[in-house]
Write a protein that binds this ligand. Structure first.
Ligand code: HEM
Length: 553
């Protein structure tokens, strides 16, 4: 009896494996049918083969290859280029994917063909993170008119111009919150190792909450602490990849993990409703000018019948959640500074010069005259190579002559760009100087690598003129160094229609936190072996390394 059960199960398993294998092979061979023009007002199609790639295994496809590079899948993607070229196909489970590994291809996907690649992967996890529907999320939804509307609504608040009132509001709020953070740090800054991450996240969260919703929370508020922790968990989660994303029948094995995700996101939503939205909703005056982003959102709810209350709440959640990215980025910057004391010295020189040796705090307008500090933030972004959220082809299309079928996931490998020796000198070294230059000459024309410094005459301007000049030519500091303005292969926030909306907030609030901490503290670590910084991620685990902060005398 037992033997026959065994044979039946064995036969079922073999059948499943065979069906899966045939299915996978067929998917690899399918061609993309792409419209190439009109003939007598009829669409003319041409079919294109998919890019070649490694041979898939039944059921798992090529997941085994990524398993080998679990610590850094994007490094793994890079090594596969040696065999398959800069664009190749993979099957992850039964999902077809392409990986693009050079700057021209990346721009071909995101800029030239952005309208065809506006989708996002349909992972079960993504739905669970956003109330059962990933289209509630700004970053994980497919492209739609609603998404365009949401982006337009957010633009003014999230990408403020330096001359705008939004920018001065950011500076003011950021400065006040920095004072609160420094107060908190005095309690723990004895020079002994301490867990600074929760405080930095709380400061960042308060900057976002005040800027977007005109609300701030006490650092000792237990509800606030929990929500920051959950946001941080979600930020880590979004930056991870799991086999069950591609092999859905594995989901039941992860049900505890999934319940945790649901709990984090439901708790965040409850907090935002109870502590921010409900009160504001009852007091909204449609005739008064917008006080903040929350006002703009709530008014759009009244004015536009196509905008739902859910949309508003999830948008707020997405934007407030941006604080985790900033907090993690600042933690990373502090870790690199602790490891490289000369970097701290350079930042401190800028801070001391700008603040007349600490007479005042650093404000947002100082960004223009502190290019080394800004360069350090860029170098953290380069070195950590935060992955670009995968895109999905929304219809059959063609990239570099290879067919890409509707539903194909596109991995944009910006890690290879950030670590390429053809673009950067000694890319393995952490060196903010690579983002600085001495003059205004265009490096592209000279054929130099983007971090080669050219030494030509630079007209010295006095300090008062510095900010006007910096607006015109890029960021200039008091030592006549400039922050390089545009580096074509440096795409930490991606490009195209789905580019990051929060980049100005990242640079602004990140700068304020970093510069003011360095102004006041020497940052060190008692045990550098505990500072584990993974490549291809700016997300740190919830419990990460401790740092020693010693007040500057
Ligand atoms: C270090 C911090 C950050 C990095 C490196 C980063 C990077 C990125 C990247 C690479 C994308 C994907 C773009 C694409 O798919 O082509 C993205 C999307 C997005 N980011 Fe950020 N981001 C950061 C912080 C923030 C913050 C603070 C906010 C909000 C306040 C934010 C809001 C968004 C949104 C809403 C999207 C989705 C845009 C869309 O799909 O239409 N990000 N970000």
């Amino acid at each position: 009896m037992l033997t026959s059960v065994f044979y039946v199960l064995f036969a079922i398993a073999i059948t499943i494996i065979l069906i899966s294998y045939v299915f996978l092979l067929l998917k690899c061979k399918q061609k993309a049918f792409v419209v190439i023009g009109l003939l007598y007002q009829e669409k003319k199609y041409q079919c294109f083969d998919q890019a070649p790639g490694p041979h898939p295994w039944p059921i798992i496809g090529n997941i085994n290859l990524l398993g080998r590079f679990q610590y850094n899948p994007f490094y793994g993607f890079g090594t596969l280029t040696k065999k398959y070229g800069d664009i190749y196909s993979l099957s992850l489970g039964h999902t077809r994917c392409i990986v693009v590994n050079n700057v021209d291809l990346i721009k071909e996907v995101l800029n030239k063909n952005g309208k065809y690649f506006g989708g996002r992967p349909d992972f079960f996890r993504y739905h669970k993170l956003f109330g059962g529907d990933r289209n509630n999320s700004l970053a994980l939804c497919d492209w739609s008119q609603l998404q365009q509307k949401r982006r337009n609504l957010a633009r003014r608040h999230c990408s403020p111009r330096e001359s705008s009132s939004y920018f001065s509001k950011m500076s003011e709020i950021g400065g006040l919150e920095v004072n609160q953070l420094l107060d908190q740090l005095t309690n723990i800054s004895s020079g002994y190792p301490c867990d600074v991450k929760p405080l930095i996240l709380a400061a960042s969260a308060n900057m976002f909450c005040q800027y977007m919703c005109s609300v701030r929370f006490n650092y000792s508020d237990k509800g606030f602490q929990k929500i920051i922790e959950y946001f941080d968990e979600i930020f880590w989660e979004i930056n991870q990849g799991y086999s069950f994303d591609y092999i859905p029948w594995l989901v039941p094995f992860y049900c505890n993990h999934i319940s945790r995700i649901v709990h984090w996101s439901a708790s965040i939503r409850k907090f935002i409703l109870e502590r921010i939205v409900n009160h504001r909703e009852s007091n909204i005056n449609i005739n008064e000018p917008d006080k903040d982003f929350t006002d703009a959102l709530l008014k759009s709810l009244k004015e536009d019948k196509n905008v739902s209350r859910n949309t508003i709440i999830f948008m707020l959640e997405d934007f407030i959640g941006g604080h985790s990215a900033v907090g993690n980025l600042v933690m990373l910057a502090l870790a690199y500074i602790a490891k490289n004391p000369t970097i701290a010295l350079h930042i401190r020189n800028e801070v001391d010069t700008v603040s007349a040796k600490g007479i005042r705090r650093i404000c947002l307008y100082d960004m223009n005259v502190m290019p080394y500090t800004m360069a350090s933030i860029s170098e953290v972004l380069r070195y950590s190579s935060s992955p670009i959220v995968p895109h999905v082809a929304m219809e059959d299309t063609v990239i570099k002559g290879f067919g890409v079928r509707k539903g194909t996931i596109v991995f944009i490998n910006n890690y290879v760009l950030n670590m390429s020796e053809s673009f950067w000198n000694h890319p393995e070294q952490f060196d903010p100087e690579r983002f600085l230059e001495n003059n205004f000459t265009n490096n592209k024309e000279s054929g130099l690598k983007c971090d080669d410094n050219k030494r030509t005459e630079f007209i010295r301007k006095n300090d008062n003129d510095g900010s006007t000049k910096s607006k015109k030519y890029g960021k200039q500091n008091l030592n006549n160094k400039l922050l390089k303005k545009s580096i074509p292969q440096f795409l930490p926030f991606s490009v195209g229609k789905r580019t990051c909306i929060g980049q100005s907030l990242v640079r602004g609030f990140g700068f304020l936190l970093l510069a003011n901490i360095i102004q006041n503290y020497n940052v060190n670590s008692a045990d550098f072996s505990k500072i584990k910084l993974e490549k291809s991620s700016i997300a740190l685990p919830k419990k990460c390394f401790k740092l020693s902060l010693r007040p500057r005398t």
